[in-house]
Every structure is written in structure tokens, then in C-alpha cells.
Design a protein. Structure first.
Length: 260
């Protein structure tokens, strides 16, 4: 398989300090990849760089023919505002925004697809519920239903199974495997190494820097896990990024704003 997304010497920084440092490699089309590593390893930062929410300080993310519409991105639950007064049905319908037209109007077909998506994630009959009334697991099912409606070629998931019950986790993992069987490229940030080893054939293991990238059974070796933990523990938060020589000469800061 050819690489659909290619990272070349990718460094992402905050105020000169590298959050992700010199990562190179590729995600093959139709691959199912976990991004794993210790807490604070830069996993979520890397995912945001892949989708285009953060610009590289150095290196690049080559998305080839992909456009922003080809990506379905689910951020961490902590980044979601569940106090906004919106129903379950309307939340799911947001996944069909590409079909809404100039005036933001959804079709009857979109509404039918939203109901079908809620059925797939086990929430038939929840259409009128306010999202603030849902449990953590129910809300995550709603967000996966929205991804179903989005029908993206590339699906990016940031800690999608954190703080939800085992049954919901199992059901949503089944949906991830379904997406993979359909030929979609799925990349998920995970902290549960057992999930990584059981469900994801490819793994990118990082601790700010690349530890390993390839077959999960090779990458998630005891040696690599010990190495990743040691790298995370020894990381200097005040270290400066390795900038191109001309930036050092000019004194330009390495800070980059999120991509529009």
C-alpha cells in the first residue's frame, strides 16, 4: 500500500519548546494505526498536526490529494462543550454539513441517515434528548454516529474510549474495525496498550520523539516500552526546538498558530 499521509521531519512547538520532535514516516491508505506513548508524549499534538489544526515548526505533513473534507476528526471528550442546547439528532446531523448547501439546509435523506446512524450505535429513540442529559458513553456513541454521517476517507480519534464503559468501548471498537474493512484510514490516539495490541495492526509509538513505527507486535515490545517511558521521564520541558539555522540567526520564535 502507498502512503496516504506522509510525515517528514515533523516538529511541532509551543513557544520554542518541541511537543513533537522530528517525526518521519507514513500512514498507508486503508491502514488502522494507533498512536501510543506515555502521558505527555505529544500524541494529541501529533494528531492535530496531521489534521491541520497545528502548523509544523519544521518539516511537513504531506496529505497528497486529501482535502479538509476528507478528514473526520474526533477530539478528546474534555474539549467538548456538552452544555450547548442542542439535541442528539441535531448533533449527529452536523456530520452532514458537506451536503447542507449554501443556506445550511439538511435534506430529508440526511435526517434518515442520522436516524440510521443512531441505530447503528445503539441509540435509536434518543433523537430528541439533549446532549447534556447523556452519560459519557452515550455521548461518545452520538459522536461516532456523527462520524458515520460524515463519511470521511480518513478518521482521526483522540482518546476515544477514555472514561466510558466496557460495553460502549467494545461496540465502538467494532465500528472502528468496520471502518477499516471499508477501506478507510483510521488513526487513533490510545493510552490503553491492551487495546492497541488487540485491535490495531500498526502502531506509532512516541515519547515526543519517535520510538517505533510499524507492526504493533514489533513496535510494542518490552524494550521499546521501557525506552519510551525513560525518554518521557528525561524530557526537558524547557529545551528549545532544533530550528533551521536562519531562524537562529534572526532570533525568530518557533511558535506557530493553528492552521485556519
Amino acid at each position: 500500500m502507498n502512503d496516504l499521509i506522509r510525515l517528514s521531519n515533523l516538529t511541532v512547538t509551543y513557544e520554542r519548546h518541541p511537543a513533537v520532535h522530528h517525526i518521519s514516516g507514513g500512514f498507508a491508505a486503508g491502514s488502522l494505526t494507533a498512536i501510543a506513548g506515555p502521558n505527555g508524549a505529544g500524541k494529541s499534538t501529533l494528531l492535530k498536526a496531521i489534521v491541520g489544526e497545528l502548523r509544523p515548526a519544521e518539516g511537513s505533513v504531506d496529505r497528497g490529494p486529501l482535502t479538509r473534507n476528507d478528514f473526520g476528526y474526533l477530539p478528546q471528550a474534555a474539549d467538548m462543550n456538552r452544555l450547548f442546547p442542542i439535541s442528539v439528532a441535531d448533533t449527529v446531523m452536523l456530520g452532514a454539513w458537506k451536503n447542507a448547501g449554501a443556506f445550511g439546509r439538511f435534506s430529508r435523506k440526511d435526517a434518515e441517515r442520522a436516524r440510521d446512524a443512531l441505530g447503528i450505535v445503539g441509540l435509536s429513540g434518543f433523537e430528541s434528548r439533549h446532549i447534556g442529559s447523556l452519560s459519557a458513553g452515550q455521548f461518545q456513541r452520538v459522536l461516532f454516529a456523527r462520524l458515520l454521517l460524515q463519511d470521511a476517507r480518513v478518521i482521526l480519534l483522540d482518546e476515544p474510549f477514555t472514561a466510558i464503559d466496557q460495553r460502549t468501548t467494545r461496540d465502538l471498537l467494532d465500528l472502528v474495525l468496520r471502518w477499516n474493512r471499508e477501506g478507510r484510514t483510521v488513526i487513533a490516539v490510545l493510552h490503553d496498550f491492551e487495546q492497541v495490541q488487540s485491535y490495531f495492526p500498526e502502531t506509532l509509538l512516541i515519547a515526543r520523539e519517535l520510538v517505533g513505527w510499524g507492526r504493533t507486535e514489533d513496535v510494542m515490545s518490552p524494550t521499546n516500552l521501557i525506552k519510551a517511558r525513560a525518554m518521557a521521564e528525561s524530557w526537558d520541558e524547557e529545551a528549545e526546538a532544533c530550528l533551521p539555522e536562519e531562524e537562529h540567526d534572526s532570533g525568530e520564535l518557533a511558535k506557530r498558530e493553528p492552521a485556519e
